[in-house]
Design a protein around this ligand. Sequence first.
Ligand code: CAA
Length: 261
Amino acid sequence: RRSYEYIEVSEPRPGVGQVTLNRPKALNALCSPLIGELNTALREFQASPTVAAVVLTGSERAFAAGADIKEMAPLTFSEAYSKSFIESWSDLTTALKKPLIAAVSGHALGGGCELALMADILYCTATANFGQPEIKLGTIPGAGGSQRLTRAVGKSKAMELILTGKSFTGEEAERWGVAARVFPTYEALLEGALKTAETIAGYSKVAVQAAKEVVNKSQDLALRDGVEYERRVFHALFGSQDQKIGMKAFAEKKKPEWSHQ
Ligand code: CAA
């Protein structure tokens, strides 16, 4: 396995890949080399025949405290613009077709909150500290926070959070629908995320990819178009072997043996 400076990569369970952000001295601030490593690791998981779902986590103290403020401080407009600063952060939403579960404990601020919002499923601890504090630095969210947070919590709450920079807890994240589940400890959180990833990894890879694709489409399309898109993909799955395998196994009261075709 490749060795990294700012992340750790493992396959802790059958079918499950894990990326742990590991830049403790800066509370996992997302410097460009860290994002580069994260993108490489996720591309390798996408290509891996053994990994079917991925968990992304940080430490108990910090998922990620944001973009690296010290790296950004001297940037000029033309540097940021010509290098498309932050654009590559979204690679994980386009390059990774396998489900990604973010397991968030501690600080998830600015770009850390935005990274967590890019995941397919977000789990957190009750005391996780989410927020978009960019306004306090004289800037605004730059990795999709104004769009994804607004879709998750609605306009008024998103405005309040982004205009005041005030944080919200994991418990609030769960109540507002940002997080799917909340856990009492970091250990319970990681176990919960790995278990869910393992459950997903037990299903047909073709069906799982299609399910992720259609749910994500709901974020981009109007309802009528989205429902039509879903139906097209649903029809397409009648061309997969696993639809036949799954439904035959049900009728025979057996456990399906997926071909992943
Ligand atoms: N960038 C660079 N370094 C950071 C960092 C960041 N986003 N967040 C924390 N660090 C560094 C600190 O500078 C400190 O380093 P030194 O020991 O060298 O001084 C180290 O991490 C530990 O941090 P603190 O001493 O501040 O720890 P704390 O427990 O007292 O506070 C915190 C924790 C509340 C998270 C505080 O560190 C903080 O407010 N961090 C910045 C959060 C922030 O504003 N994030 C948004 C960044 S902008 C952005 O993300 C833009 C975008 O939309 C993409």
